[in-house]
Design a protein around this ligand. Sequence first.
Ligand code: AMP
Length: 503
Amino acid sequence: MANPLFDTLFGRHADSDAPFLHLGDGRTITYRAFVSMSGRYANALTARGLEAGDRVAAQIDKSAEALALYAACARAGLVFLPLNTAYTADEVGYFVSDSGAGLFVCDPRRADDMARVAAAAGSKLDTLGGDGAGTLADAAAAATDAFDPVPRSESDLAAFLYTSGTTGRSKGAMLSQGNLLSNSRTLAEAWAFTADDVLLHALPIFHTHGLFVATNVTLTAGGSMIFLPKFDLDQMLAHLSKATTLMGVPTFYTRMLSDPRFTRDAAAHMRLFVSGSAPLLAETHRAFTERTGHRILERYGMTETNMNTSNPYDGDRRPGTVGLPLPGVELRVMDNGSEVARGETGTIEVRGPNVFQGYWNMPEKTAEELSADGWFITGDLGTQSEDGYVTIVGRGKDLIISGGFNIYPKELELLLDDQPGVLESAVIGVPHPDFGESPVALLVAAPGEMPDLDAIRATIKRDLARFKHPAVIEVIDELPRNTMGKVQKNVLREQYKAVLQAS
Ligand code: AMP
């Protein structure tokens, strides 16, 4: 094929009048119209002087046009680089110059600020708003929709996604056409997607979950998406009746459960609920089943690797686990250079056609994390059961080492979450004058309740070895989370870093 990513996901549907996007305002965009739009945007991009392999950075609100920009990049052989809309001009400046983007597309409302960013990076600047208007939209409107896909192969780069970079510099993960295609084919099959599926899409499209998992899987199956600008509980409940599937981060599910309008009847017609990007509490999984009769399907992946494991579509979806390695993905749990026994904890490594091509401009970092024979060190700690189910224990960098002993925050968090009056918890390591580090436990109270900290301390004393006992247990209003629902432990560590120094 001339351009595998474009042909397989988009070009194949060029003559189809089936719906692709149902927008929040009631408009529907067919596949035919969407592919035409991608042609106009591809013409607009090449008219800016961009050539195959050039990077197009975009910090733009979610819209049909923003998605067409992704399709246009695939069609013109350009590397799409979507950026979190929350980033400040300074943060964006780093990504635009680091990637050497030939074009930076920003929100029209931020054009003045971003002109400085683009000039400093030597990039051209265009605008595209959430309403589909802007200088790039104008250029596309004036262009023809005919555009011959630029020849590419599966090994050519399709996208850069910068990692969220909670420690150190954010790294540009280079994803090839083959990386994206292999994963979308695998997932569409594993989750039984068909052209009849209607996916309720409320995720951002600057992240692997909303852009590649949700969108590419839908495109692979030829289904459609109800494309909402963001998660809004009222909107979700209003549109649910027209959907067959939902992909969300765990907070989607906890928020839906918090609303009495979300009933068994409201979810009865749904085929599948998928969760990922952050751990889904086993308790949420159970509460969801109790309320709706559906078992949420939890999967695990990351920017660098796309999706690695999934609970089965048919079969045992085990709460608290992320399921089995996906077909074609190899997974091993390692410690000190060798594989650990089943049930033991170690660092998760994966290998397969889904694994990225390395970090842009960082050969040393790439060599540290991606071995010559293709194994990627994920940085996640986990275990694998005798029958292959993977459980994530936490990020390696969240591991607490106290007086030479390893403490896995997840072990404490699971116990704390089970205590009366506790909604959720986060355990972090903070500097300790003698032990190097000590655990600090932060609890969020269940609505209208107050956890009994003395009782909790007594339970910990009874159930856990002394070196694991938190030096401090505190109730806080809420856990800091990023847009993908991940708890930002780095923020908590910073906040509590001196808590043991004074005593
Ligand atoms: P990102 O690159 O932003 O997608 O973040 C990837 C990280 O999110 C992984 O390395 C995991 O630490 C975490 N993650 C993703 N899915 C899950 C899951 N189902 N359970 C626990 N952690 C997850």
